[in-house]
Design a protein around this ligand. Structure first.
Ligand code: KIV
Length: 359
């Protein structure tokens, strides 16, 4: 049975929402069980490198929305209507339809009382709308920073009015950003649609985070309310530094990288789990000594030795590597555990010359 968001709130369900901006992350979120995936205009900062969300265009949103929607099978996809895209109800409907056509199930727009007409018009056009009240990132330049909302009774009253107006206009849920927890808690009890909090305390009906803040993928800035649960930036740096080191110090890719590269068009050879994999048995060290040619030759020799003990599919791959280490050798064969160059590569014509004696 498919319950509406209202019914799910009434039954005590909590909603987990995260942002995604591309196919692989969207797919990972969906496979991990999030309820809602938000193609947020935060993409301006964490993906496009702008200082805030005020440069994000409809074109940007559509591009990323399409990628995200291709990765999601189960979750509800919400896409942000960026700055300038909802200035009138007509414009809001037009842009909401574009995002819907790009794969969004619903759209989100910033503003409470001031945006009721636009919300109502989009809902009337048949597209679900999520409201967004409290700190409005699209207003950050006007407001001069990301400020907590609801600190005074007047501000708290205004927030309540915004939440009620958004609900009355037909929104199915509302994001509350940087709202004082006690105010967010009161609003959550006062309205019947789910409240999704960000930096607004634990009493909202759900929580939303920018995925980069959750997994540590934007290490240059993490909001105070976000606790990274992974250090993806650190893992990327480590992997890249290892690659740079292997390439520069070893003078080329590591043996396993070279060996397991298939020629274009070849069927990849599956490695059966029961069969030892020489690439992992003789895993080259990530930081080879400074004596690069010697280290490379030693590493290759030890790897090749290990592949010789497996007269299997690795044979061809190790032969190819060995050949690449013998400049000018056009055809290589292995006899009695020895490698023989059986044809020389004619460097002028690029052809293999007749077999050498002994082959
Ligand atoms: O754009 C965004 O990521 C958002 C969330 C912060 C709610 O609007």
């Amino acid at each position: 049975m498919n319950l509406s968001f209202r019914e799910r709130k009434a039954s005590g369900d909590k909603f987990a929402m995260l942002t995604a901006y591309d196919y692989p992350v969207a797919r990972l979120l969906d496979e991990s069980g999030v309820d809602l995936v938000l193609v947020g205009d935060s993409l301006g900062m964490v993906v496009l490198g702008y200082p805030d969300t005020t440069s994000v265009t409809m074109e940007d949103m559509l591009h990323h929305c399409r990628a995200v929607s291709r990765g999601v099978k189960s979750a509800f996809v919400v896409a942000d209507l960026p700055i300038g895209s909802v200035d009138t109800p007509e414009l809001a409907v037009q842009n909401a339809i574009l995002l819907h056509e790009a794969g969004a199930h619903g759209v989100k727009l910033e503003g409470g009382v001031s945006r009721c007409r636009e919300i109502a018009a989009i809902v009337e056009a048949g597209i679900p709308v999520m409201g967004h009240i409290g700190m409005l990132p699209q207003q950050v330049r006007v407001e001069g920073g990301y400020k907590i909302k609801g600190k005074t009774p007047t501000e708290a009253g205004q927030l309540c009015a915004d939440a009620v107006a958004v609900e009355k206009a037909g929104a199915f849920a509302v994001v509350m950003e940087l709202v004082r927890p006690e105010v967010a808690s009161k609003i959550t009890t006062a309205i019947t649609i789910p409240t999704i909090g960000i930096g607004s305390g634990p009493d909202c009906d759900g929580q939303v985070l920018v995925i980069h803040d959750l997994v540590g993928l934007f290490p240059w800035f993490t909001p105070k309310f976000a606790t990274p649960r992974a250090q993806v930036a650190g893992s990327i740096r480590e992997a890249v530094q290892t690659f740079v080191q292997d390439t520069k110090v070893a003078g080329g890719l590591t043996m396993e990288q070279n060996i397991l590269t298939q020629p274009p068009g070849a069927n990849p050879t599956p490695i059966s789990p029961s069969e030892p994999n020489p690439a992992t048995l003789q895993k080259p060290q990530s930081s080879l000594p400074a004596d690069a040619p010697a280290a490379r030759a030693a590493s290759a020799a030890s790897f090749l030795q290990s592949t010789r003990t497996y007269p299997t599919k690795f044979h061809d791959q190790s032969l190819a590597l060995e050949k690449s280490l013998m400049p000018g050798c056009g055809s290589l064969e292995r006899k009695n555990n020895q490698s023989l160059c059986c044809g020389n590569l004619n460097s002028v014509q690029g052809q293999i010359e007749p077999e050498a004696p002994g082959c």
